[in-house]
Design a protein around this ligand. Structure first.
Ligand SMILES: Nc1ncnc2c1ncn2[C@@H]1O[C@H](COP(=O)(O)OP(=O)(O)OP(=O)(O)O)[C@@H](O)[C@H]1O
Ligand SMILES: [Mg+2]
Length: 466
C-alpha cells in the first residue's frame, strides 16, 4: 500500500516543476507515494487523477484526500487541495525527472524488448537487491504513467532503479529515457508485439534501439547476441557493449548445457568473463534463459560476483502473476497459466514448454487472440495455429475473435490428428475441456490481456480438488 517515504516535495515545488496552478497550502509536503489508483493512496501521498476507460480519477479526489493524500494532481478543478495541470502524464514525468536528478549516485537500468521485460526485470531486481536498496516496478509498470510512478517511489536511500520500458510507437522509449536517464540499457529481443502499430520488425527495432541511443559514453548497453536486430544496435550507442546469448558463442554472458526438468525449469552453466557457475531456475520454459542471462549481465556490471549471481538466480521466484505459472494438480493434470499476454514469439515459447511438459502424453492448448498485431494479425494467428498443430497437441481450443484463423492454421498440418474447436469465450473453453482431462495431461492457457483467460486457468487448476 502507499505511504512509504519518498523524496519529499512541497506543493509549491510540484506546481513549479509541472507548470501547474496551485490550489492549496504551498508549504504542505508530499512525503508518501504518488499513485493513480485511489485505493492505493496512503498518508502523505499525492493522488494523480487520470481519466481511464472505466473510471475518471477526478471522481475519487475527495476519497483520496480523506485517505491521506496531501493533494491531487488534476486536469480540472476538484474540491480539495490540488495542482491543476494540462497533462497529468507530462506532470508526472517532470516530477520523476526531478527525483532522478536528486539521486545522482543511483544507478538507473532500463529494460526493453518485445517479450520478457517483466520476467527479466523481476529477475534482475532479485539479483540487484543483494547490492543495495532497489526500486523496481511491480508487474508491468512500463508506460508514460507506470514509469514515472515507479521512479517517484525512490527515496534518498535508493541505489538502484530497475525499470521496464515499453513502446507502442517511435519516440516512446526516448521519452521514458528522458524521465529517468539510464546508464545501463538492456534490449532483450525484437518481436511482433505491437508490430501492427509499428509497421514491421525493422520499425520495432528502430524504436527499441532508442534505449541504447540514450545511454552515455560511460554507460553499458546489454544486448542479446542471439537476436540479429538487437545485436545490430551496438552501432547505435556511445556506451560500452556487453552481449548475452544462449547460441552465440562469442557472447560475453552465456548459458551452456541448458536442460529442462520435468516441469520445464531450466538448469545451465552460467559462463561469464569471471568464470562459470551452475544455475537452476525456478521459472518455467527455455525462453527464460536469455532473460536470466540479461539479468546476470546487468548484475555483473553493477558489481555482483559470479557466485552471488548464480545463487540469486537459482533462488529467484516469479514475482509477477500469470506468466508461465505451472500448477500440477493432485490428480496429475498440469495447468500452465500463461494468460498475462500473448504475441507470436511468446506463444511459440509457451507451446515449446507445453510440449516438453507433456512429454509423450497429451497436451492441450486454450489459445485466445493476440492483440495489436494490425495488418499481420490474421497471418500471425494462422501461423500460431500451425505451430500448435505441429506441437502435436491432443486438442486446440481457440477462443474468441481470432478462433477461425487459429484453426485454419492448424488445419494446414494435414498429419495432425488432434481435436480442433472454436468457442466464443473462456467459460465455453472450460466446459469443453474440463471433463476430458486425465492424469498426465498438460493444458496451456494463453491469450492477450484483454481476453482475461487467467480465470479459466485458475478454474482448471482447482478443478481436481472439487
Ligand atoms: N525471452 C522470451 N522470449 C519469448 N517469450 C518470452 C520471453 N520471456 C518471457 N516470455 C513470455 O512472454 C510473455 C510475457 O512475459 P513478460 O510479462 O515478462 O513480458 P513483457 O515484455 O513484460 O510483456 P508486456 O509487453 O506485456 O509488458 C510470457 O508469456 C512469458 O512467458
Ligand atoms: Mg511487462
Amino acid at each position: 500500500m502507499g505511504g512509504r517515504p519518498v523524496i519529499p516535495l512541497t506543493l509549491a515545488q510540484i506546481a513549479e516543476l509541472t507548470g501547474g496552478q496551485l490550489h492549496g497550502e504551498p508549504t504542505a509536503v508530499v512525503t508518501g507515494e504518488v499513485v493513480i489508483d485511489s485505493r492505493r493512496v496512503g498518508p502523505g501521498g499525492l493522488f494523480a487523477a487520470v481519466a481511464g476507460e472505466r473510471a475518471d480519477g477526478h471522481d475519487f479526489a475527495c476519497a483520496a484526500v480523506a485517505a491521506g493524500a496531501v493533494a491531487v494532481l488534476a486536469t480540472r478543478p476538484v474540491p480539495v487541495p490540488s495542482v491543476l495541470v494540462a497533462d497529468v502524464a507530462a506532470a508526472l514525468a517532470a516530477l520523476a525527472r526531478f527525483v532522478t536528478d536528486a539521486l545522482p549516485s543511483a544507478a538507473i537500468a532500463g529494460i526493453t524488448g518485445s517479450s520478457g521485460k517483466t520476467t527479466t526485470k523481476d529477475l534482475a531486481a532479485q539479483l540487484i537487491e543483494r547490492l543495495g536498496p532497489t526500486i523496481a516496478p511491480s508487474g508491468s509498470f512500463n508506460n508514460e504513467f507506470g514509469h514515472p510512478l515507479t521512479v517517484l517511489r525512490a527515496d534518498s536511500s535508493t541505489r538502484y532503479l530497475v525499470l521496464e520500458l515499453s513502446a507502442r510507437g517511435p519516440g516512446h522509449i526516448a521519452y521514458l529515457c528522458g524521465i529517468a536517464p539510464p546508464r545501463y540499457g538492456m534490449v532483450l529481443n525484437v518481436g511482433h508485439a505491437h508490430a501492427g502499430e509499428f509497421g514491421g520488425l525493422d520499425q520495432v527495432a528502430r524504436a527499441k534501439g532508442e534505449l541504447v541511443e540514450a545511454l552515455p559514453a560511460d554507460g553499458v548497453a546489454i544486448l542479446n547476441a542471439d537476436d540479429p536486430r538487437v545485436l545490430a544496435m551496438a552501432v547505435r550507442t556511445a556506451a560500452r557493449v556487453v552481449t548475452f546469448g544462449v547460441h552465440d558463442r562469442a557472447a560475453c554472458v552465456r548459458a551452456a548445457d541448458v536442460r529442462l526438468d520435468d516441469l520445464g525449469r531450466p538448469s545451465f552453466t552460467l559462463l561469464t568473463p569471471e568464470g562459470s557457475a551452475p544455475v537452476t531456475l525456478r521459472l518455467h520454459g527455455a525462453h527464460v534463459v536469455p532473460d536470466a542471462l540479461a539479468a546476470a549481465a546487468l548484475a555483473g556490471e553493477l558489481g555482483l560476483d559470479l557466485a552471488g549471481i548464480a545463487d540469486r538466480l537459482s533462488a529467484a521466484v516469479a514475482r509477477s502473476r500469470w506468466r508461465m505459472e505451472v500448477h500440477r494438480r493432485g490428480d496429475g493434470v498440469t495447468v500452465i497459466n500463461d494468460a498475462y499476454n500473448a504475441n507470436p514469439e511468446s506463444v511459440q515459447a509457451a507451446l515449446r514448454a507445453l510440449r516438453h511438459l507433456a512429454q509423450d502424453g497429451r497436451g492441450f492448448a486454450i489459445l485466445g487472440h493476440m492483440a495489436e498485431l494490425g495488418a499481420i494479425s490474421r497471418a500471425s494467428h494462422e501461423d500460431v495455429g500451425e505451430l500448435a498443430a505441429r506441437a502435436d497437441l491432443a486438442g486446440l481450443i481457440a477462443v474468441g475473435p481470432e478462433a477461425e484463423p487459429l484453426l485454419a492454421g492448424a488445419r494446414r498440418v494435414r498429419s495432425w490428428t488432434g481435436e480442433a474447436l472454436a468457442v466464443p469465450d473462456g467459460a465455453a473453453a472450460f466446459d469443453a475441456l474440463a471433463n476430458q482431462l486425465k492424469p498426465g495431461d498438460v493444458v496451456l492457457v494463453k491469450a492477450s490481456r484483454a481476453a482475461h483467460l487467467e480465470s479459466i486457468a485458475m478454474a482448471l487448476q482447482e478443478e481436481a480438488d472439487r
